[in-house]
Design a protein around this ligand. Structure first.
Ligand SMILES: [Zn+2]
Length: 444
């Protein structure tokens, strides 16, 4: 039993201090003000802690099948639990890709009984090769909740147009990895003053904006359902804001790293206090390959615009783009390193910096991690109400902790936050009958 927690549930609109009793994988009782008598239940003292519905991630790379040395369904699920997530949408860029009914069914079978709900996203094109459409209807009936070639854009505009026109009958959002490869090719980081200083080839912000605008035009024309993955530039959020004002049904997600980290992190100037260190010599961690991600960490101007778009509702939800890699993918020259950040376990702690800085309210943050995400993909809501499945995250908004990459439960230790102090930590996650607790980092 959770005793005296701040129960913050955006599904029900509840924000009260009270008790919540969980029994056999269900929420048995919710009592604002407290006073539940349950002598047989373990009592967890939650004064000062927040109990929210389990977080929902619309963008996770699980790597299984094909790259189990980077992550398995099992290790990814454990990382999710450590981060407060009880639902993961698995991206289809596995080997083979999730482009067939059998691949989707295999993922669903393998993730059964792990507590965390693993929800597949199907590929837009066969083998994500961008040449011909995957069988969208068969993927829909197999249980995918969206379609994406994430990791690669669908460069052929006519093919993307057809995918969007089919999204109406299937009801599946098309999640677009917006990147014009002719502009971004060879880029290792965001193109700007920092890339010039470091002598690294840059990918310009326009590489993202051009394709966001293309896809919005295609969605508007076809009536298709477009979702923009990991939005990261000022121009891209302006395009989405304008489209929504015209009534185009486009949604967008932002990652924790694009909301909090800038390209200065690549120069080793990274700090979470927002202080300007650009005048300094390169930091000790300059060229740290764990900062290499696609889309790249942007300059301050873009980060500010993405935060503003979260505040004004242009961006619907936060998604981690959890992209675990092995040491060999990252221990090399910056230009050769793989793109991606291991993000499930640091998501809340990183995002809480927005709350501590006064840029976002705590209820808004919880909304972005729960109902904002589940609504975007039409997933069933899992509110904290009596009889609902127990999918809960308990966190301490004030708890400071130092990120130790070697202790992450994900196989991907690739985080630029290694050694940094975050304020805000998930202490416990309940996913059905499975429970994770931070103390001792054990999962049972
Ligand atoms: Zn992507």
């Amino acid at each position: 039993m959770f005793s005296g927690a701040r129960v913050l549930c955006p599904y029900t609109g509840r924000d009260v201090v009270g008790d919540v009793l969980v029994d056999e994988g269900r929420v048995a009782m919710v009592r604002p003000g407290g006073g539940i008598e349950a002598p047989d239940a373990e009592k967890i003292e939650c004064s000062g802690l927040v109990l929210s519905p389990g977080f929902v991630d619309l963008h996770t790379h699980l790597r299984e099948p094909g790259e189990e040395h980077k992550e398995t369904i099992h290790s990814g699920v454990n990382a999710a639990l450590a981060g407060g997530f009880t639902t993961l949408c698995a991206m289809p860029n596995t080997r083979p890709a999730l482009d067939s009914r059998i691949a989707v069914e295999t993922l669903l079978e393998r993730s059964e009984g792990l507590g965390v709900r693993v929800v597949p996203i199907g590929a837009i094109t066969v083998a994500r090769a961008g040449e011909r459409l995957a069988p969208h209807h068969a993927l829909a009936t197999a249980g995918v909740v969206a379609l994406s070639d994430d990791g690669s854009p669908v460069s052929d505009a006519a093919l993307m147009r057809r995918a969007l026109s089919y999204s109406e009958p299937t009801g599946l959002p098309i999640t677009s990895h917006c990147e014009e490869l002719a502009l971004s090719a060879g880029g290792a980081m965001h193109e700007g003053a920092v890339s010039a200083r470091l002598g690294l080839p840059g990918a310009p912000a326009s590489a993202e904006e051009v394709m966001v605008r293309r896809d919005i035009a295609l969605a508007e024309e076809t009536g298709g359902r477009l979702h923009v993955a990991h939005i990261s530039t000022k121009g891209a959020v302006e395009a989405v804001r304008d489209a929504r004002a015209r009534g185009v049904p486009v949604t967008a997600e932002a990652t924790p790293h694009h909301l909090l980290l800038t390209d200065e992190w690549v120069a080793g100037w990274g700090a979470l206090d927002g202080e300007d260190r650009r005048h300094n010599v390169l930091g000790e961690r300059a060229y740290d390959t764990s900062t290499k991600v696609n889309p790249p960490l942007r300059s301050r101007e873009h980060v500010r615009a993405v935060v503003e778009a979260v505040r004004d509702g242009t961006i619907d939800c936060v998604a981690t783009d959890h992209a675990p890699h092995s040491a060999t993918d990252k221990e090399c020259e910056y230009g050769c390193a793989a793109f991606g950040i291991s993000g499930l376990e640091t998501a809340l702690g990183l995002l809480m910096q927005l709350v501590h800085r006064g840029e976002l309210g705590l209820p808004d943050l919880v909304r972005l991690l729960t109902v904002g995400a589940s609504r975007t993909f039409n997933l069933p809501g899992r509110g904290i109400t009596e009889g609902a499945p127990s999918e809960l995250a308990l966190f301490d908004p004030e708890r400071e902790w130092v990120v130790d990459a070697s202790k992450l439960l994900s196989k991907g230790k690739n985080t630029p936050l290694d050694g940094h102090t975050l304020k805000g930590r998930v202490l416990m996650t309940v996913a059905g009958t499975r429970t994770y607790r931070v103390s001792g980092m054990e999962v049972r």
